[in-house]
Design a protein around this ligand. Structure first.
Ligand SMILES: [Zn+2]
Length: 482
């Protein structure tokens, strides 16, 4: 049951490994979508990409000089000229240097070879600047992270503070250098460990009280209570699961025991009071710091993506594939990868029994996806609401009821409007057809009269021909007589 802290693979894999190529490609980009299990915001690819695109990518003069230097052997004159140009104009940027009119005039007077080489190097640098994966410094991402705070879980604000502290103390260390620094890692590991330890002690003090309440119980029941306490302490420490869900699991854990072994209502309430005060371990900034050291070590952009891995939305099949669940949007809800992990071992029926808020959260999500479809940003998914309702009913043995009545009503009204429009068009077409029919009839009668005329003409022609033949014959006869 225990899962390590944010046990995550490559964040891309989390999504794509579960989906066949090409399916749901659009769905991954729905923004502001909340997790079906914990109701906290998740991040879509769009939001993460937007965040990354907004990071100003700083390329230093040294980076450019180093790149030009690599042409020193093959394009010596051109490289020398550009290096000198940069060094003698320390205040001018690359772009303004290579577009300066005086510089261009100077280049025009050089031999043709050198000119060509300069053009080649300039093009190379422009491309390099575009594709370069530069160092990213925490100071560049902290303002953006602060803006995202609302979307990110609790531990993140502490993590941003930690990062802020480092960036002020070590402004020349890039993000990856800070994350991979062994001294920092050890420091945060120590804090995380001590947080774990103090949490355990805190839990122990509460579970001791629970055990104390049961001191008059028979020995075997007390053993059972001890075992429950142990399991509750474990659940309280699973950072992967949302606090509400952990609370629900702990309540469920003791429910049967209380039902069977504690008859007195007052005492039962006393138990419940203690149980609900079992403290839950919360994700801290140190935990997030440690999470990152397992990700991409040498690429700042990838490392930043790793930072969002725990809040990225992942797809989960409502009806599992093993039970012929389909790979369609209508058979899926979205959860954090960690929440998804939490569900894997549990049926919807059970989740909804121990954690009734689940039904509301799923409904919220279905409404969000539906409104996204209605807004026209997601085309070709108009059957989603009805489909997801059916999938969830099937997956939960009829317990998870999603309300899509309003959508169906709207779709029906829309379809009716469409039919009316079609009928109108049809009427218009019909009148056009009768107009054409009339024209055809006119043309046909014209054709008939022309045919009549043609036949009459033929008759006259035949008459004339036989007369000519007769006259020819008579003429021949007269010639012979002569
Ligand atoms: Zn969640």
């Amino acid at each position: 049951m225990l899962v390590g802290l944010y046990k995550h693979d490559n964040y891309n894999q989390q999504f794509t490994s579960r989906l066949p190529e090409g399916v749901f490609r659009d769905v991954r980009y729905i923004p502001h979508i909340r997790c079906a299990l914990c109701d906290k915001f998740m991040m879509s690819y769009t939001e993460i990409n937007e965040f990354i695109e907004k990071i100003p990518k700083i390329i230093t003069r040294e980076d450019i000089l180093r790149e030009i230097q690599s042409f020193d052997d093959t394009k010596h004159d051109a490289a020398r000229y550009l290096i000198k140009l940069i060094n003698t104009n320390p205040k001018k940027g690359w772009k303004s240097l290579v577009t300066d009119n005086n510089v261009l005039r100077e280049i025009m007077q050089m031999p043709k070879d050198t000119q060509d080489n300069i053009v080649e190097i300039v093009q190379h640098i422009n491309k390099y600047k575009k594709n370069l994966n530069p160092n990213i410094y925490p100071s560049q991402i902290i303002p953006g992270l602060k803006r995202l705070k609302k979307l990110l879980p609790e531990g993140y604000s502490q993590f941003i503070e930690i990062l802020d502290g480092y960036s002020k103390k070590f402004p020349h260390k890039s993000f990856k250098e800070i994350i991979n620094d062994k001294v920092f890692i050890n420091y945060h590991r120590q804090i995380a460990n001590s947080q774990g330890k103090s949490h355990k002690l805190h839990v122990q003090s509460v579970t001791d009280r629970i055990l104390n309440l049961g001191k008059k119980l028979p020995y075997c029941d007390r053993l059972k209570l001890k075992e429950l306490n142990k399991q509750a302490a474990q659940i309280a420490g699973i950072l992967n699961y949302s606090p509400d869900f952990r609370r629900a699991l702990i309540n469920e854990l003791y429910a049967e025991f209380l039902q069977k072994n504690v008859e007195n209502r007052l005492i039962r309430n006393q138990y419940r009071k203690y149980i609900s005060s079992i403290p839950l371990r919360m994700v801290s900034g140190d935990d997030i710091f440690l999470l990152l050291k397992n990700g991409h070590k040498d690429n700042d952009i990838e490392l930043i993506k790793d930072m969002f891995a725990p809040v990225l939305s992942s797809f989960e099949h409502a009806v599992p594939k093993s039970q012929d669940g389909k790979n369609t949007l209508s058979n899926g809800i979205f959860m954090h990868a960690a929440c998804n992990n939490a569900r894997n071992t549990m049926s919807y029926e059970r989740i909804i029994t121990i954690f009734p808020a689940f039904a509301k959260y799923v409904q919220n999500q279905v409404s969000r996806v539906t409104s996204f479809i209605k807004s026209g940003q997601l085309k070709g998914y108009s059957k989603y609401p009805v489909g997801i309702r059916d999938s969830l009913l099937e997956a939960s043995n009829g317990k998870l009821k999603i309300n899509v009545r309003r959508y169906i009503r709207e779709m029906k009204a829309k379809t009716l409007r469409q039919i009316e429009q079609d009928i109108e068009n049809l009427e218009e077409n019909r009148s056009q057809v009768s107009e054409i029919d009339k024209q055809v009839a006119e043309l046909l009668s014209k054709k008939e009269s022309l045919e009549q005329e043609f036949q009459d003409g033929n008759k006259t022609l035949a008459k004339h021909t036989s007369l000519v033949n007769y006259l020819n014959k008579e003429e021949n006869k007269m010639r012979k007589k002569k």
